[in-house]
Design a protein around this ligand. Sequence first.
Ligand code: PLP
Length: 395
Amino acid sequence: MKKVSAADLAINGGSPLFDSILSTSNLVLPSQEIFFERLQNSISSSGLTSNGPCVEEFEALIAQRYGVKHCIATCNGLWALAVCIRCIRLEGKSEIVMPSLTYRRMADIAAWVSMTPHFCDVEMTTRGVSAAKIEPCLNENTGLILAAHPIVDLCDIDSIVGLARERNIPLLFDSVEAAYATHGGKMIGGFGEAECFSMHASKFLNGFEAGYITTNSDSLAHDLRVMIDQEVPRESESSAFGINGRLCEAHAALAIASIYDLEDQIERNRGRYFAYKNLLSGIKGLRLVKYDEQQVRTFKNILVELTEDWSLDRAQTIELLHAENLLVRPYYSPPLHKKEYSFDVKTNIQSNTEFLGDRYLLLPCGDFVSESDVAEICELLNFISNTRDLIGAEL
Ligand SMILES: *Cc1c(COP(=O)(O)O)cnc(C)c1O
């Protein structure tokens, strides 16, 4: 890192710290050998349509790893969520309770299934939902609880499962960011009626564009396969409501290769995470959000809180880092209750979401970021932290 004064910052006309962009996308490229071998096999078998050998192998591998009865592969994470909601919601009820601080299209998904999102607050400690935050949103119209795990660690699974049981409301987990995590030593995937995952290239497992659903319910698995057109419906179901939500063989082939790389990926992520953890600990104004190291974690996302000692606001920080070719991202911004919609939404937010909404930043991660890149990034952050008045003046 060659910056000695604020004038050296790219935002002030200096040259960027990195020649090419470092992003917060995971972009893991698993073994091409496994990918092409599986694809070749699929092409030479007659499995070119739905449910070919790759999709079948992928589903079996995931079900086994998560310890669930069923995995249903889907075209992406969004439609995995949409079809789950259609299959498990209470008939005739209109509202879905979901956090505001989550994936940017979560409210849109509710609209796609003709339901109203009801935004709830999150806990300060987990940045995720809990029974205490969901309960104020429950009413006679509630048809589903959609508990989305936060970007680091998990939401309060136990209290939410308890509440859903007590009130007899179906529970769906968005577990995209919690892929391959354990809760109390038990792999996620089987909490609630179903759990949904994405395998977009930016997520933990790369399937180009893909998703999957895990469940322990035989009848739900059947309904889901019929709805996404993966399984031929029985006579009585031939007019069932549905979409084409299948996963194609080529994407499943890459997903299989990603599964075989999974343990190695976790090791690589762990290396980056601990490099960040060491180097960020000395920087005033930044606090790394730590993983629960007693549980299985993928260490994929690097999330930092800008504390009161960090003198730039988040927007300035992002602008400054983008100029250095560090494509940092704000954490779930704006929160969903702050967006404009062409459909009805309901909001029951106390102050936590507002407070948390503009304090967090995702730092570059994934296989295109080396541990020496991490060292450079942290040196820059340290420089910013120590030279803050100069930077403030320049801006
Ligand atoms: C990416 C993401 C989704 C959607 O997955 P796609 O495969 O991109 O459709 C849903 N929920 C969360 C939390 C996500 O991060």
